[in-house]
Ligand binder design. Structure first.
Ligand code: ATP
Ligand code: MG
Length: 328
């Protein structure tokens, strides 16, 4: 049976990129295996977070998982810092990883570029991510395209550990969507859409109200042609909008290309916005119900307890393999 793990950082409001690249897959995978979905708060603090805002973002992200369709009867939903073994195995993975391989990670390069102060944890982030996955012997990890490199490192670390100390960890496989694995920023189609982008116009938040969605799509950069066709090299912005439209409306890109043959960007954009609004409205209603209910906190407690059972056993095994003696 598949064992699925994936996490999302409470580093801001969830974007349409997070939904299309990750959460949509999570909802579909619930019926295919044992799933653990994690609000990775320890990852979020690799960049400065305001405590009060972080608290809100953790609950908000958990509510969004449930609003998007994660069923706590089927899947485990948990907060990373509630199971201390994540941090513990994270350290052991730092002791497994090499500086050289961490230095090659493009996420670190992107996120540290131009910053005066960068925390050490931003650099060692992939070791913690490896720990999150290996702690539960996940067989599959659904992620967006940008996390592919971190997944490869996770596999390398697992193999290295197994080679040195004996078979301990399951080697996980990534699951990356073929369409929608990398949704681009609305203001710059050469950069991925990111929830921590300070420019609000660069992303659509899952909580944006309809008017805002319409405005953001209208303002999205395009190109100087006036032709709607999918061509990521020549027309990255229009291709991105086509991808969003296709996934929001359950149509194929080919269908949309022929439907919009000869139609201008203005009309096209207004239909893209409508499709996104129809996708998000029901989710936003369910979100309101979850965020106001203390059922949310009960779900997170049950999730942490279930996850901890597995994680505690796994850590006993890992420490024993490495030669760390038990306390009693
Ligand atoms: P941050 O800017 O803080 O890193 P983020 O938007 O990149 O936020 P993460 O929490 O880092 O979000 O990633 C959560 C999941 O969403 C990961 O599986 C990641 O690959 C996926 N994801 C993030 N951005 C995109 C995107 N633009 N398109 C598709 N998937 C994405
Ligand atoms: Mg990210």
């Amino acid at each position: 049976k598949k064992k699925i793990f994936s996490g999302i950082q409470p580093s801001g409001l969830l974007t349409l990129g997070n939904y299309i690249g990750a959460m949509k897959q999570f909802v579909e995978l619930q019926d295919e295996g044992d799933c653990i979905f994690c609000v990775v708060d320890l990852h979020a603090i690799t960049v400065p977070q305001e405590p009060e805002l972080l608290r809100q973002n953790v609950r908000s992200l958990a509510a969004m998982f449930l609003a998007a369709g994660i069923d706590p009867q089927k899947a485990t939903l948990m907060v990373q810092s509630h199971v201390k073994e994540h941090a513990e195995l994270g350290w052991l993975m730092q002791c497994t990883a090499y500086m050289g391989e961490l230095e090659r990670m493009t996420q670190f390069k992107d996120k540290s570029e131009g910053k005066a102060a960068v925390n050490a944890s931003l650099f060692t982030y992939p070791a913690l991510m490896a720990a999150d996955i290996l702690l539960y012997d996940a067989t599959h990890v659904p992620v967006g395209d940008d996390q592919k490199q971190h997944l490869e490192l996770t596999r390398d670390l697992a193999q290295r550990f197994n080679g040195r100390f004996g078979e301990t960890f399951t080697i996980p496989e990534p699951i990356i969507p073929k369409v929608g694995g990398r949704i681009m920023s609305l203001d710059d189609p050469s950069k991925k859409m990111s929830k921590s982008n300070p420019n609000e116009g660069s992303f659509i938040s899952l909580l944006d109200e309809p008017k805002k969605i319409v405005r953001k799509v209208k303002r999205a950069v395009t190109d100087s042609e006036n032709q709607i066709r999918f061509d990521e090299q020549e027309k990255p912005a229009i291709s991105n909008l086509l991808t969003i439209y296709a996934l929001a409306s359950n149509q194929t890109i080919e269908q949309l290309e022929s439907q919009y043959d000869g139609i201008g960007y203005g009309a096209f954009k207004s239909d893209v916005a409508d499709a996104v609004v129809s996708l998000l409205e029901p989710m936003q209603q369910r979100y309101q119900e979850w965020i106001e209910s203390d059922e949310l906190d009960r779900v997170l407690l049950a999730g942490a307890e279930k996850a901890a059972e597995y994680a505690e056993q796994k850590m006993i095994e890992v420490k024993q393999r490495m030669g760390l003696i038990p306390r009693e």
